[in-house]
Write a protein that binds this ligand. Structure first.
Ligand SMILES: [Cu+2]
Length: 618
């Protein structure tokens, strides 16, 4: 059983346990001693199931079970045991004697066990990981207070002063919640040696101003402005670079210097350009509040960087990016050498529920022509792609070539938010069709035939098992200078100072997630576990990461160098990277709505500081 299934089963057991304990208490209060006794027996059984699921969850990783094992499991266990010992004999004798059995000593312990069970639901939805001392105190106080109130309502309750310790406990818990935690996570490595006053500013970590020998300068001007675009025959308000959606395609050859002048015509919230997956110098990264200030209307910023990485990338605004990218402030970045034949970049984006591939005019592709399709997911959720009419190879992921990619047919490719897949094939005699989420998205060549039918029930390609292994500069067995763990969840947390139902990292939301500290040259391991119910496409700026394992299983196919990896519910990914690009970097979920709701943090090199503040940066 997968961890996600176990989480679901555990929730069902938790819900049932709470409901049945409460049901037993209500039955007892309603003078139905026999029903109450039967429900008590069921409650004990469900509670035992719940204990089993909680323990089983721990096998997927301590993160999945911590709150259950440390707090809500024992709480339910103790309350349930007390209910059995106190209410059980009373109900039994009531049934034997034919009396109502609704004494407070029978009713209150049963309901209290129900409240303790309900606390187990509170955690996965409202608190998340990790359960802190503050959470423990508040939870126990809440359950205790509910029990005392019930006792008084049931009659012959305890004196009012008994509420005092419960109140004190609750207030202590709330107070502990406001205590500020560490603002730096050194990942088990040494902490800073550089006093802030002597650090290098990210604003000084800029790109070169000349191309590599033999390269040329590629100049682009991007002006962000409001515009109206046609989607499915409807006029849709959009924001576009140069008023185009997607923005102008940026292309270069390896060694060229890319120089982009960004201007903002009328986007009040400000704009930047972030080079997604491109490991530019930190000062060119386009992260507002981290590497620059957002460009206001009338403002300008010039980006310069060498086109060192070959492959398929994209660019987008990073200012209020949840809104800005959705509105259309994105475009593609492709770095060659040029390929032979048809080379088509397909940026997929969803406007008001309609998924589009950009204004594509597929060129004629004669049979025998080599074709390369560069799929770019510019949305915040994954898309499923299927290619019909031909066999093909998945030759590159996130700009990096795969090793020994085998021929594919009748499989579905799931592309994470922000990710890129390059597909290659030789044009067959008939037509080829690309389906996106089951809908026709693009067609090459002419002709019809059953080969072009919408794919049905095709299995998803597991890219961790595709292609053949090859040597990598480091791997699972390497010694890592720093190890960071990010547990992703939902919970109530402060987002930019405001309490929200946030998407959290280790129980915190941006900007309160401790900044990760690394030193140049470090080999860094990053473990990302998803305790929640949403998929989180994790994206570290400025670095490619090598996937070490997913859910404890190593990558058995081609080495996978990614800039965005989808951590689905219940999954645990271990990835690693070499800290070779000094700066302060965003490290965040690329579902930009999640990022705006707190799922973001910074990774900073020792000796680097940022003079930029205030903006969310997500
Ligand atoms: Cu997310």
């Amino acid at each position: 059983m997968s961890t996600a299934q176990l989480i679901a089963l555990d929730l069902v057991a938790t819900l049932l346990a709470a409901a049945v304990w409460v049901g037993a208490g209500v039955a007892a209060a309603a003078r139905r001693a026999r029903a109450a006794l039967a429900l008590l027996a069921v409650a004990v059984a469900v509670t035992l199931v719940r204990v089993t699921t909680a323990v089983a969850l721990a096998t997927g990783g301590w993160w999945f079970a911590q709150d259950r094992v440390v707090l809500t499991g024992p709480l339910l266990g103790v309350a349930g045991l007390a209910a059995v010992l106190i209410a059980g004999p009373r109900l039994l004798s009531a049934v034997r004697a034919g009396t109502p059995g609704n004494s407070p000593a029978a009713v209150v312990p049963l309901l209290l066990a129900g409240y303790a069970g309900a606390a187990g639901l509170l955690f996965p939805f409202l608190v998340g990981y990790p359960a802190s001392w503050s959470d423990v105190l508040v939870t126990v106080a809440l359950v205790g207070a509910a029990g005392l109130v019930t006792w008084r309502v049931a009659g012959s309750g305890p004196p009012l002063w008994t509420f005092v310790p419960v109140l004190v406990m609750g207030l202590a818990g709330i107070g502990a919640g406001f205590a500020t935690g560490a603002d730096l996570d050194a990942g088990g490595g040494p902490t800073s040696h550089h006093p802030a006053g002597h650090a290098i500013s990210v604003a000084d970590l800029r790109g070169p101003t000349t191309p590599a020998p033999g390269g040329q300068v590629r100049r682009y001007e991007l002006t962000a402005r409001k515009t109206t675009i046609q989607v499915d025959g409807r006029a849709v308000e959009a924001w576009g670079y140069n008023g185009q959606v997607p923005g102008p395609p940026i292309t270069a050859n390896q060694g060229d210097l890319i120089e982009v002048t960004l201007r903002n015509a009328d986007i009040e919230r400000g704009v930047t350009v972030h080079w997604h997956g491109y490991d530019v110098p930190a000062g060119e990264d386009g992260a507002p509040g981290v590497t620059q200030d957002a460009v206001p209307p009338g403002g300008e910023f010039v980006y310069r960087f060498r086109a060192d990485q070959v492959g398929t990338y994209w660019y987008h605004t990073h200012q209020a990016s949840d809104v800005g990218v959705k509105m259309g402030l994105y475009g593609t970045l492709v770095v060659g050498p040029p390929t032979e034949g048809v080379d088509l970049t397909v940026p997929v984006h969803t406007f008001s529920g309609t998924t589009v591939t950009g204004p594509l005019d597929p060129p004629a592709a004669a049979p025998g022509t080599p074709v390369r399709l560069r799929l770019v997911n510019t949305d915040g959720v994954p898309h499923r792609f299927a290619l019909t009419g031909t066999a093909y190879r998945l030759v590159a992921v996130d700009g990096s070539d795969l090793n020994g990619p085998g021929e594919l047919r009748e499989v579905e490719l799931r592309l994470p938010a922000g990710g890129r897949y390059d597909l290659a094939f030789t044009m067959p005699a008939g037509a080829v069709a690309l389906f996106i989420d089951g809908d026709p998205g693009l067609r090459l060549g002419t002709g019809t035939g059953s080969g072009l039918d919408a794919p049905k029930g095709w299995p998803e390609l597991d890219i961790t098992r595709y292609g053949t292994p090859a040597a990598t500069p480091f791997g699972r067995e390497s010694h890592f200078d720093r190890n960071f763990t990010l547990v992703l969840d939902r919970g109530i947390a402060l987002v930019d100072g405001v309490p929200k139902y946030a998407h959290t990292v280790n129980g915190h939301a941006f900007p309160n997630v401790p900044t990760q500290l690394v030193r140049e040259g470090d080999l860094v391991e990053l473990t990302v576990a998803n305790r929640g119910f949403d998929t989180h496409p994790w994206h570290l700026h400025g670095h490619r990461v090598l996937v070490l394992e997913r859910d404890g299983r190593k990558v058995s196919g081609s080495p996978l160098w990614l800039d965005t990896f989808d951590v689905r519910p219940g999954e645990v990914w271990r990835v690693a990277f070499r800290a070779d690009n000094p700066g302060e970097w965003m490290n965040h979920c690329h579902n930009l709505t999640h990022a705006a709701q707190g799922m973001a943090l910074h990774l900073r090199y020792d000796g680097v500081m940022t003079p930029f503040h205030g903006a969310h940066g997500g």
